[in-house]
Design a protein around this ligand. Structure first.
Ligand code: 21W
Length: 217
């Protein structure tokens, strides 16, 4: 899977993409991340990407031309029809595990990160989908894009090799949160590991874990 990210702040992604599971996924060629700097598509000698809003008001708005040029550039580097352009926006549809599962099946994904006070609304005509990660206000689409990348990369077959099936995990079953975990030491500041986990009785342990699974709203 190829994931292309259009952003004014590519450096924000370096630590996240080059660490742990996301780094291993790239190393094993299961996924390829490509950062596209929106500034490279800026207008004029100053590489302008934003402008004052029509109708007045505070702040700056991302201009549509650099964004659409960057999307065109990303599209031109892939041949597959199975490609999707997703705009990260607080006005988008709420992200979920179900959405992550669908996105993980794609061959090509292009994520567009907004900034400033927003983007020119005409951009929405050039994207396939709009995704939000929740009802809170962030300063840009970069952190949400990283959330989406993490959630879907771990679902790509082979990425979590050796670990138990990700589909058995907490959020994979809608509305179920995993049971609590413990490791050494047996006692920490007077806090004990539940006895049953030390009993070696696997049937009882399984029953205990099921009883501790929580249902969400
Ligand atoms: C925040 C962009 C507010 C636009 C005109 C002038 C992407 C995000 C974001 C941001 C506005 C996500 C306005 C959860 C988020 C994101 C930055 C709107 C109002 N209109 N998921 N001023 N939360 N956030 N600005 O913030 O880009 S996905």
């Amino acid at each position: 899977m190829k994931i292309q990210i259009i952003t004014l702040f590519p450096e924000m992604f370096e630590g996240v993409l080059n660490t742990s599971m996301l780094w291993k996924a790239q190393k094993s060629k299961l996924v390829q991340y490509k950062l596209i700097n929106l500034r490279d598509f800026g207008l004029g000698p100053r590489k302008q990407v934003d402008d004052v809003p029509y109708g007045g008001g505070d702040g700056m708005v991302l201009r549509v031309e650099p964004l659409v040029a960057a999307i065109q550039h990303a599209k031109s580097s892939v041949t597959s029809r199975q490609s999707l352009v997703v705009l990260m926006t607080p006005r988008g549809e709420k992200f979920s595990q179900a959405r992550a599962r669908q996105l993980a099946k794609l061959e090509n994904l292009i994520l567009v990160c907004g900034r400033y006070e927003g983007y020119d609304e005409r951009l929405t005509k050039f994207v396939d989908e709009q995704i939000s990660i929740g009802d809170f206000v962030l300063t840009g689409g970069e952190l949400p894009a990283m959330v989406v990348i993490d959630a879907l990369t771990r679902l790509i077959p082979g990425v979590l090799g050796g670990e138990t099936s990700v589909e058995l995990e907490s959020f994979s079953q809608p509305g179920v949160i995993e049971y609590p975990h413990y490791t050494r030491p047996e006692v920490f500041q007077g806090l004990k590991v539940p006895k049953i986990l030390l009993s070696g009785d696997h049937a009882k342990i399984e029953a205990w874990r099921q009883s501790k699974q929580k249902k969400t709203k």
